[in-house]
Design a protein around this ligand. Structure first.
Ligand code: CFM
Ligand code: HCA
Length: 539
């Protein structure tokens, strides 16, 4: 502990002033500490963040397999979001799966000067002719917002002209701090125009929507396998292996499960207001976390048979992987990890690492908000920031036809003290004394942290993977799982342990000399920035 404090003091002294509030060392008892988050990235800093379009089109809408998404803008944004996120899907009964396609209007200079709406109408026409989708979504990129194309009007025209659902999302990249702005815009559109538009009767009593699960590397399939074994009906998933056809009827489920709080909490809250559906924070990453989530769900429904089936499935699943877990735990015991991912995995994966006795010493998010770090209790104290300022806040009244409460409000209040109903405690409360939390890290800080903490693993994304590996530290991509997975659920935990054990024990790391050992001059520069180099606070 003393050693860690010393390291952090050493590190803290070197941090640029405008970054100090974005770094926190966890103190005991955990909770009550504040971190700065969701502020604009400083120009010139190598941030790992994406943009609003990435969050709307790439993250939330992109995985909907039966939706043809047209990127309205120059070709770059469409091209770079073409199948880069590993959201898997298999076609539903209608055989539709457009995930392999990249549809874009490819705006040229003359379109920017004279307007791109004509080209967009033509693109919609072609998409209808070729793919015959029931739903088209139009996502705009930066120049479209600047030239003012009316994509809403085009969507309205297309809906009437072709008798399809056509929705427009004004998710220009600059619209917010990061992906998180795009999540909000996508959530609003789905809520306004898709959820509740189906006419299915109420689903089974034990029915759920899985919110904020994108089937990266097949995670959703493993989660669905477990839930079905217990006896749950999955009405829809937002949005991994998900479909327009299914989310239309999401309002018929009894309970919403929130996996990624950052990207989908808006829909969870809005469905509560409009349809009365309660939501519960779950985590299907990590063995202890999966068991807890299944038990919390059983508590919510309070049914003897369901509770018995939950326990039987947990016991059976754990017994099937027992030998593997013991084997990998022996290999991984006592190792340390750093995790930097978007807005929820840095928390979730700490549970999975702990299952194998790997301790997380540093954790951070690219673009999470303070509630993801500190818990939802701080939401009333968060001032309106540059993300929320630009984005519509929907206030929805109860839907007279579909509003229904599954548990009485007396029971709801009682349950709130037992399970994470309509609540999320955030990442920081789960972290150990002396560990470090860092928001929107940059590459300079990554190198400094590696040098000081020397973790055995550093989990993050493609933008810094090779920087990390060149220092001789194992890097695994926590966004894409380096083409492996699933990592969720019981079987996924074993996949994860196998992958990181292989990565750790491969002999190449001994052959790498960290840059700071090869280039002492560079080390001096990285470690002691001159005051004059400091980036202005107002930048
Ligand atoms: Fe949620 Fe995600 Fe994440 Fe995210 Fe993302 Fe992703 Fe992520 Mo990459 S929705 S916040 S915007 S869990 S794409 S599946 S891996 S940064 S931690
Ligand atoms: C995004 C998508 C991303 C990028 C991954 C990475 C993903 O940010 O737009 O940086 O390695 O998960 O695919 O987060």
């Amino acid at each position: 502990m003393e050693e860690r404090t010393r390291i952090l003091d050493q590190y803290g002294a070197k941090v640029y002033k405008n970054r100090k509030e974005h770094l926190v060392q966890i103190e005991n008892p955990p909770g009550g500490q504040r971190i700065a988050a969701n502020s604009r990235a400083v120009p010139g800093i190598m941030t790992n963040r994406g943009c609003c379009y990435a969050g709307c089109k790439g993250v939330v809408l992109g995985p909907l397999k039966d939706v043809a998404i047209i990127t309205h803008g120059p070709i770059g944004c469409g091209f770079y979001s073409w199948a880069t996120r590993r959201n898997k899907a298999i076609p539903g009964p209608d055989g539709k799966n457009f995930l392999e396609y990249c549809l874009s209007t490819d705006l040229q200079e003359s379109d920017i000067v004279f307007g791109g709406e004509k080209k967009l109408r033509q693109a919609v026409r072609e998409v209808v002719d070729i793919f015959h989708p029931k739903c088209i979504m139009i996502c705009s990129t930066c120049p479209v917002g600047l030239i003012g194309d009316d994509i809403q009007a085009v969507a309205e025209w297309a809906g009437k002209e072709f008798s399809i659902k056509c929705l427009a999302f004004s998710c220009e990249g600059y619209k917010g701090v990061s992906q998180s702005a795009g999540h909000h815009i996508a959530n609003n559109g789905l809520m306004k125009y898709v959820i509740g538009s189906g006419d299915a009767p109420p689903a089974k009593r034990f029915s759920v929507n899985i919110l904020g699960e994108y089937n990266i590397g097949g995670d959703e399939w493993e989660i669905a396998r477990i839930l079905k074994r217990v006896g749950y009906e999955i009405v829809s998933t937002f949005t991994g292996d998900g479909s327009y056809e299914k989310i239309k009827n999401a309002h018929t489920a009894s309970l919403n499960l929130v996996q990624c709080h950052r990207s989908i909490n808006y829909i969870a809250e809005m469905m509560k207001d409009k349809y009365g559906i309660d939501w519960i924070k779950v985590n299907f990453i990590g063995l202890g976390a999966v068991c807890k989530s299944l038990r919390d769900m059983a508590k919510y429904f309070d049914d003897e048979d369901l509770t018995a089936r939950t326990e039987a499935v947990i016991a059976d699943e754990l017994s099937q992987i027992e030998d593997d877990v013991d084997h990998y735990r022996k290999k991984l015991k006592g190792k340390t990890a750093a995790i930097f991912v978007g807005g929820s995995r840095s928390h979730h994966y700490q549970n999975l690492l702990a299952d194998f006795d790997v301790h997380t010493v540093i954790a951070g998010y690219e673009f999470a908000h303070r509630d993801d770090y500190e818990g939802r209790r701080v939401i009333p104290t968060i001032k309106v920031d540059s993300d929320s300022r630009n984005i519509e806040e929907l206030h929805l009244a109860p839907d007279e036809k579909h509003y229904r409460l599954v548990v009485s409000r007396e029971r709801f209040e009682k349950l709130k003290s037992e399970i994470p109903l309509e609540d999320y405690d955030g990442m920081m409360r789960d972290m150990n004394n002396g560990t470090m939390v860092i928001d929107d890290f940059n590459h300079f800080e990554t190198l400094e942290l590696l040098r000081l903490f020397k973790p055995d693993f550093f989990f993050s994304g493609i933008k810094d993977k090779y920087v990390i590996q060149k220092t001789g530290v194992v890097s695994r991509q926590m966004h894409s799982y380096d083409y492996s997975g699933p990592y969720a659920g019981f079987r996924g935990a074993v996949n994860f342990a196998r992958d990181i054990t292989m990565a750790l024990y491969v002999p190449v790391w001994g052959l790498v000399t960290p840059p700071w050992k090869m280039e002492p001059m560079l080390e001096g520069k990285l470690s002691e920035p001159e005051p004059k180099e400091e980036v202005s606070k107002n930048a």
